[in-house]
Design a protein around this ligand. Structure first.
Ligand code: BGO
Length: 271
C-alpha cells in the first residue's frame, strides 16, 4: 500500500522547489477535479511506494479562495498519511498562521522550516527545537534551493505516517472559546470522526458555511450551536471568526517571542 504525503504552505515558501527536489523526474501534472487549479504529484526519489502531492499555495484553511477549498477538501476527504508543512523561515510569523490550522486537522505533521540559508545569512536565530516543542510537532530545518533537509523531512513524514503519530495541537484558545469548542464537540459526537473533532469544532464555531453544509445538523442542534457561539460573541464583544483569528495571532506573537531572536531592531520578536 502506498503512503500519501502532502506538501502544504503559503505561496512562495519554496514548495515547488522542494517538490522537484523530492520527486525528480517522476512527476505528473493535471488539474484538481472540476477546477483549473494545477495538481502535481510524484513519487519520492528512492521510494516508489511514497506519493508526494503538492497542494496549492494558501495562507489559511478558510473557505474563501479556490486554492483553499481544494486544499481543505483534499486534506479532509482524501486524508494524506502525513503533511509536510513548509514554512518560510524569513516570514515565520505570517506562515505560522496556516500552521496552527494544519495541526488541528488530526494528521501527522512535519514542519519544514525552509529558507534557512537566508535566515542564517541575516543573522536571525530561530530555535527550531523550542518551536517544535511548543507546536507539538517535528521541525526540520531546510534549504530546498540547496537540496538541504528536504529528504530528512520526507523520511520523518514517512515514519510518522507509519506510526500514525497524529499531531495534537498544543495551542489552546482562551477559556470561553475552549468551553464553546467542547460543547460543539459534544454536539458532533458520533457525527465526525474522533481525530477530526477539533477541526470541525473550530470551523463550526466560525460558522464556516462549507462545513455547515457538510455536517447538516438538525434544527435543534443548529439552535444549540447558535446559542453557544453567540454567548461567546457577547462575552468577548466580537464576531466568532475574528475571535479565532485574533487568538491565533496572539498565540503566534508569543511563540515568536519564545523561539526567535532577531538581529535587527524594529522586528516582531524579542531582541
Ligand atoms: C525564485 N533558499 C533560498 N535562498 N531560496 C529558496 C529556497 C531556499 O531554501 N527555497 C525556495 N527558494 P517556489 P512556491 C527566484 O524563483 O518553490 C526560492 O510558490 C527567481 N525566479 O528558488 O517557487 C525559489 O512553490 C528569481 O525563487 O515557491 C524561488 O511555494 C530571483 O524561493 C522562490 C530570485 O520558491 C519561491 C528567486 C525567477
Amino acid at each position: 500500500m502506498s503512503i500519501k504525503i502532502a506538501l502544504a504552505g503559503n505561496p512562495n515558501c519554496g514548495k515547488t522547489t522542494m517538490f522537484n527536489d523530492l520527486t525528480g523526474s517522476s512527476q505528473y501534472v493535471g488539474n484538481w477535479p472540476g477546477v483549473t487549479v494545477e495538481k502535481k504529484e510524484g513519487k519520492l526519489k528512492g521510494h516508489k511506494d511514497v506519493i508526494i502531492t503538492d497542494l496549492p499555495g494558501i495562507y489559511s484553511l478558510s473557505p474563501y479562495t479556490l486554492e483553499e477549498v481544494v486544499s481543505r477538501n483534499y486534506l479532509i476527504n482524501e486524508r494524506p498519511d502525513a503533511i509536510i508543512n513548509l514554512v518560510d523561515g524569513t516570514n515565520l510569523e505570517r506562515n505560522l498562521y496556516l500552521t496552527t490550522q494544519i495541526i488541528e486537522l488530526g494528521i501527522p505533521v512535519v514542519i519544514a522550516l525552509n529558507m534557512m540559508d537566508l535566515v542564517e545569512k541575516s543573522g536571525d536565530k530561530i530555535d527550531a527545537k523550542k518551536l517544535g516543542a511548543a507546536l507539538g510537532c517535528e521541525v526540520v530545518e531546510t534549504s530546498a534551493l540547496k537540496g538541504k533537509g528536504s529528504m530528512e523531512a520526507a523520511e520523518k513524514a514517512i515514519r510518522l505516517a507509519a506510526a500514525k503519530a497524529v499531531s495534537a495541537p498544543r495551542h489552546e484558545f482562551g477559556k470561553p472559546v475552549e468551553e464553546a469548542l467542547k460543547a460543539i464537540a459534544d454536539l458532533n459526537e458520533g457525527v465526525v470522526k474522533q481525530e477530526h473533532t477539533r477541526w470541525y469544532a473550530v470551523k463550526m464555531f466560525e460558522r464556516d458555511e462549507k462545513v455547515m453544509e457538510e455536517i447538516r445538523l438538525d434544527q435543534s442542534a443548529k439552535d444549540r450551536l447558535e446559542t453557544i457561539i453567540s454567548s461567546v460573541e457577547k462575552e468577548l464583544d466580537d464576531d466568532s471568526e475574528s475571535i479565532i483569528t485574533n487568538e491565533r495571532y496572539d498565540y503566534i506573537t508569543n511563540l515568536m517571542k519564545k523561539c526567535v531572536h532577531k538581529q535587527r531592531k524594529g522586528m516582531t520578536a524579542s531582541d
